[in-house]
Design a protein around this ligand. Structure first.
Ligand code: C2E
Ligand code: MG
Ligand code: MG
Length: 592
C-alpha cells in the first residue's frame, strides 16, 4: 500500500515554526511581507512613538492613505492604537470611518506585542459594513414601517405598556384608524398611488402630534395613534375631528386628485380598559361602528358598542357554522323574454337556513361572508346544489335555460378562486349553460378579471354578465372596454321607468351601446305591468327579470304549485307541441 505524503511544504512550514530554525532568510521574509500586503484584512503595526511601521494594502485603502499622506482617519486610528498600546491588553473594538457620504464600519483587533525590546501594536481589521447595514435593516423593519417611516406596532405597544405600568402617567387615548375603501383606491389607481397615499396620510396625521404622542402604521391601511397625556373625552374628540377633517382635503398624487377618508375608533385609559389589548380591541369596536354608520368619522367607545360587537360575533359564528353544516339552499328566478314570455334562463339566489330554521336572504350574510373569507366556500356550495338539482331544473325551466350564478367582485378579481371555480364549472359536464354574474366594479377596477379571468371562462364556454349595471363606479364609456355577454340594468332604473324621463334617456343610451357591443340587455326588478308596457313599447329590450313574472322560488315550491310538472317533460311537450319552452303569465304565475 502506498503511503500518502502528509508532510507540509517545508519552506512555508519554516516561516510558521520560527523557533525551530535560526531565522528566516531574506527571500522568506520578502515572501511573508508579500502575503501580509495582499491580505484581505487590514493590518497595521504601530510603535510607541506613534509611527506606523507597517500598513498593508487593505489598511491603506480603508484608511484613505495616499502615498505617505496621512488621511484624517489615519490620525484617528493612530490615537486609538496608542491608547491600546498604553493599556497593554488585547482589545476588540468597532471603528467607524467616514468616506464622503458612505460610512464604513470595521471590526478591529489590537494586540500589543514585545519584539526585540520594543512595544508594538499589531492591529487587524475586517470590514463589517455590509453586516452592520443588514443588522440596521433588521432593526428598522422590526421597529419601523418601511413605507411611511412610522414606528411599528411593537413600538406603540411598548409605549402603551410603559404608561400602563406607570401609575402616575395618567389618562391616555388609543385611536384605531382605518382608511375607507382603500381597496377601491388601490384597485382603481394602482398600488403605487395607494402607497403614496398612505405616506401622505401618515404625514398629515403626524403634523399636529406632540412629542409624547405616537402614530404607527400597524398593517395595510390601518394606523394606531396614542395620545398622551389627555384630559377629557371632549378634548380627544375635538382633536380627532380636526385630524379627520385635514384628511378630507384632496391629495395630489401622480397627477391624480385622490380623495380619501378615514374612520376612527377611540378608547381611553383607564375608562375602557387596563391592558393594551383590551384598549385596542375596544378602539377597533368603536371604529367598526363608524364604518357601519357611513364612515369618515371618529367615535369614542361605549358599552353599547360592546354589546353590538358581541351580537355580531354571534352572527359570525352562526355563519361559519352554517357553512360547515351546508345549511344553504338556492331560490331560482327566471329571466323572461318579454315578448314571448319564454324562460331564457334562471338565476340562482342563495338563501341561508338559520339556527331557528328561518330562511334568510343574502342581504343579511353575503357581505359578511366576503368579509370573513367564507364566500368562496359559499359559491361552491351554490354550484353543488345546482348540480344536485339539475334534473329538477331541466324539468321546471327547460334543458336550454341558462343558469346564472352570482360571484362577488372580490372573488371575480381573484384568479386563484376563479381558476378553481372554472374547473368546478367544467367538471359539471355542462359548463356552457352557466353564466357568471359580476358587478361592474370587477371590470373597471385594476384587477385581473378582464385580462385573465374572462378569457379563462370563455375557453370553457361560460357566459359573463354585468350585474346591477348603472350603480357602480363605471361610466358608460367604460362599457366599450368590457367584454361581457349580458348586461343587467339595475332595478333603480327600471322602477317606474314609464314615469321617469331621465331614466328613460339613460336606458336608451345603455341599450344602444350594449347593442353595438353585442351584449344582451336584461331589465332587473320589473314589478308592474306599466313598466313592462313601457319596455315593450319604447325600447328594444328583450329580457327582464322581476316580481312581475316571478319571485325567486324554490324548486320544491314550484313542484307543489304545479302538480302537472310531476309528469315528464316529454309527455307535456307532446301535449303542447307548439310550446317547447316554459312560459310565465302574469295571472297564473308559472305555466307551461
Ligand atoms: P342580484 O344578483 O342583483 O339579484 C337580484 C335581487 O333582486 C335578488 O335579491 C332578487 O330577489 C331581487 N329581485 C328580483 N326581482 C325583484 C323585483 O321585482 N323587485 C325587487 N324589489 N327585488 C327583486 P336577493 O335574492 O335578496 O339577492 C340580493 C343580492 O345578493 C343579489 O343581487 C346578489 O348580488 C347577492 N347574491 C345572491 N346570491 C348570491 C350568491 O350565491 N353569491 C353571491 N356572491 N352573491 C349572491
Ligand atoms: Mg345577480
Ligand atoms: Mg342584480
Amino acid at each position: 500500500m502506498r503511503r500518502r505524503n502528509l508532510a507540509p511544504n517545508k519552506k512555508i512550514c519554516g516561516f510558521m515554526t520560527k523557533g525551530k530554525r535560526e531565522g528566516a532568510t531574506e527571500a522568506e521574509l520578502g515572501f511573508l511581507k508579500e502575503i501580509i500586503r495582499m491580505l484581505p484584512a487590514a493590518v497595521t503595526v504601530l510603535d510607541e512613538a506613534g509611527d506606523f511601521l507597517l500598513v498593508n494594502d487593505t489598511a491603506a485603502a480603508q484608511l484613505g492613505m495616499q502615498g505617505e499622506q496621512l488621511a484624517p482617519d489615519l490620525n484617528q486610528r493612530r490615537a486609538a492604537c496608542l491608547q491600546a498600546l498604553q493599556d497593554g491588553r488585547p482589545v476588540v473594538a468597532e471603528e467607524f470611518l467616514n468616506d464622503g457620504d458612505a460610512r464604513q464600519v470595521l471590526l478591529t483587533t489590537h494586540r500589543p506585542v514585545r519584539i526585540a525590546d520594543r512595544n508594538l501594536l499589531i492591529s487587524a481589521s475586517t470590514d463589517i459594513t455590509g453586516q452592520k447595514t443588514f443588522e440596521d435593516q433588521l432593526f428598522r423593519s422590526a421597529y419601523y414601517d418601511e413605507l411611511t417611516g412610522l414606528p411599528s406596532r411593537r413600538v406603540i405597544e411598548h409605549r402603551a405598556n410603559a404608561l400602563l405600568k406607570n401609575d402616575g402617567a395618567g389618562r391616555f387615548a388609543l385611536a384605531f384608524l382605518d382608511i375607507d375603501n382603500f381597496k377601491h383606491i388601490n384597485d382603481y389607481y394602482g398600488h403605487s398611488v395607494g402607497d403614496a397615499l398612505l405616506v401622505e396620510i401618515a404625514k398629515r396625521l403626524s403634523r399636529d402630534l406632540r412629542e409624547s404622542d405616537i402614530l404607527s402604521r400597524i398593517s395595510g391601511d390601518e394606523f394606531l395613534l396614542l395620545l398622551h397625556p389627555v384630559v377629557s373625552d371632549l378634548e380627544v374628540a375635538e382633536f380627532m375631528q380636526a385630524a379627520l377633517k385635514r384628511l378630507s382635503a384632496p391629495f395630489f398624487i401622480d397627477g391624480s386628485e385622490v380623495f380619501a377618508s378615514v374612520s376612527a375608533g377611540v378608547s381611553l385609559y383607564p375608562d375602557h380598559g387596563r391592558s393594551f389589548e383590551l384598549l385596542r380591541q375596544n378602539a377597533d369596536i368603536a371604529m367598526y361602528r363608524v364604518k357601519n354608520e357611513g364612515k369618515g368619522a371618529a367615535a369614542i367607545f361605549d358599552a353599547g358598542m360592546e354589546r353590538e360587537a358581541t351580537a355580531r360575533m354571534k352572527i359570525e359564528q352562526s355563519l361559519r357554522l352554517a357553512i360547515l353544516e351546508k345549511r344553504f339552499c338556492c331560490a331560482f328566478q327566471a329571466k323572461v323574454d318579454i315578448r314571448t314570455q319564454a324562460v331564457q334562463g334562471i338565476e340562482a339566489l342563495v338563501r341561508l337556513r338559520d339556527n331557528d330554521g328561518v330562511i334568510q336572504a343574502p342581504g343579511s350574510f353575503v357581505n359578511l361572508a366576503v368579509e370573513l373569507g367564507l364566500i368562496d366556500d359559499l359559491t361552491h356550495l351554490v354550484l353543488a346544489e345546482i348540480v344536485r338539482s339539475i334534473d329538477a331544473i331541466n324539468e321546471m325551466f327547460g334543458p336550454e335555460a341558462s343558469i346564472s350564478i352570482n360571484v362577488a367582485a372580490s372573488q371575480a378579481g381573484n384568479p386563484e378562486f376563479m381558476r378553481s371555480f372554472a374547473q368546478a364549472l367544467e367538471e359539471t359536464g355542462f359548463p356552457k349553460r352557466f353564466m357568471i354574474e359580476v358587478t361592474e366594479d370587477a371590470f373597471v377596477t385594476k384587477t385581473r378579471f378582464q385580462s385573465e379571468i374572462v378569457p379563462m371562462l370563455r375557453r370553457i364556454g361560460v357566459g359573463i354578465s354585468i350585474d346591477d349595471f348603472g350603480i357602480g363606479y363605471s361610466s358608460l364609456s367604460a362599457l366599450a372596454d368590457i367584454t361581457a355577454d349580458e348586461i343587467k340594468i339595475d332595478r333603480s332604473f327600471i322602477t317606474d321607468i314609464h314615469k321617469r324621463p331621465r331614466s328613460q334617456g339613460i336606458l336608451r343610451a345603455i341599450e344602444s351601446l350594449s347593442e353595438a357591443l353585442g351584449m344582451t340587455v336584461i331589465a332587473e326588478g320589473l314589478e308592474t305591468f306599466e313598466e313592462l308596457a313601457y319596455l315593450q313599447a319604447a325600447t328594444r329590450i328583450r329580457y327582464a327579470q322581476g316580481y312581475y313574472f316571478s319571485r325567486p322560488v324554490f324548486l320544491e315550491e314550484l313542484r307543489s304549485a304545479a302538480p302537472r310538472t310531476s309528469e315528464s317533460r316529454v309527455s307535456i311537450a307532446g301535449r303542447l307541441p307548439q310550446q317547447t319552452r316554459p312560459t310565465y303569465s302574469r295571472a297564473q304565475g308559472y305555466r307551461r
